[in-house]
Design a protein around this ligand. Sequence first.
Ligand SMILES: [Zn+2]
Length: 443
Amino acid sequence: MRKFLAILVCKAGRLVGKLVGKGSSLPGKAALKICPDILSRIRLPEYIIAVTGSNGKTSTVEMIAAILRADGRTVVYNEEGSNQTEGVTTMILTHSTFGGKMKADVLLLESDERYAARSFRFFHPTHFVVTNLYRDQLTRNGHPEWVFDALKPAVYPETELVLNADDPLSSCLAKGHEKVKWFGLDECSVSSKEPSGVYHDGAYCPVCKAPMEYNYYHYNQIGAYRCTACGHRKPATDFTVTNVDLEGGEITIDGEVKIPLAFRSIYNVYNILAAYAVCSLTGVSRETAASVIGNYILKNGRMVRFTLGSHHGTLLTSKHENSVAYDTNLRYIRDTKEPCTVVVIVDAVSRKYFTSETSWLWDIDFSLLSVPQVERILLCGRYANDLAVRFSYAGISPEKWELHPDIREATEFLKSSGEEDVYVVTCFSDRDKLLVNVVKEAV
Ligand SMILES: [Zn+2]
């Protein structure tokens, strides 16, 4: 009875919530009050796929959903991004019958790495994809090792882990776990012998703290690592990108599956591989997976092209407080050939809480912009002055960068001058969405 009531209240609450434009966590919260173990009383689908990690969760989940749907499966996933227990409860119950059976072939969850353990108390994923773990929103999440400790209890023996073999930290989740599949990149065109980024997070072994050595790096601590003391090392991979042609926009998986790249970044290569791996594990053919990914254009506009006056523009969004995401976008600009202007906008730090804490700017490797084709750099937004201080230490000639705190003014300024390519580097916060609209309006 309580189960029925909880489902009823949740469905009704969700309906009302939709009408008045409220968020999705409240109905779930009410249902959990009525029946605290409601999630363990629901008959869930055959496949429960969870995806977590510091970066790439949303893109990976969207690709997985697209592939599985193209394969004819009914997929329910938290498209609204509410990945805490209450939101997950709302999602599951609104897609269930009153008898308590979920109406889907696959439940797909983008999971917050800190809340996964709570969400999975009542049900356990059949597949758990961890994209990577690294410096991410330090003020909220703390250090990667802390996040790892929070994630560990979310891993249950019956869950098949799908892990990034190239990440020395998240790969530790496999310790003592039997069901593991690995994805990773062979040494290829993007590999380098030297670490990149301001910090070298791969310097020491996450297991025993001894120095680590690398055969090659792909970015930051991601690469072919091996501990000099305890034997922690990149494992053999089950799903492997064997060739990367960023310039031509194509990757090869397992030596034969070729996939064109919509977004030519190494970062995207890992997301594609993770999605490909877990979909293959649920029985999707490699042809289906490859063709869906090939046609897939990231719906959420992480890379948006626009025109501004005579400029061709590309909007590269990153999560704030996440230096790896920024570095990847900056590296993308570094690898372009044509003369360009770069607009860096920091107008809000977090969309979830107020903070003016900008120390994370110092983790971003802005010196990547110190290349001849980057002819000018506009520093914009409320934190333009903080950016200026950071840039004065970035080894970039001061003649190249200038301050334009007002985004609208910067847009007008650009419109009236030059015709080189423009790259806008910014984040996803609500205020910055505003600026995306300003840019779009200016088209
Ligand atoms: Zn070690």
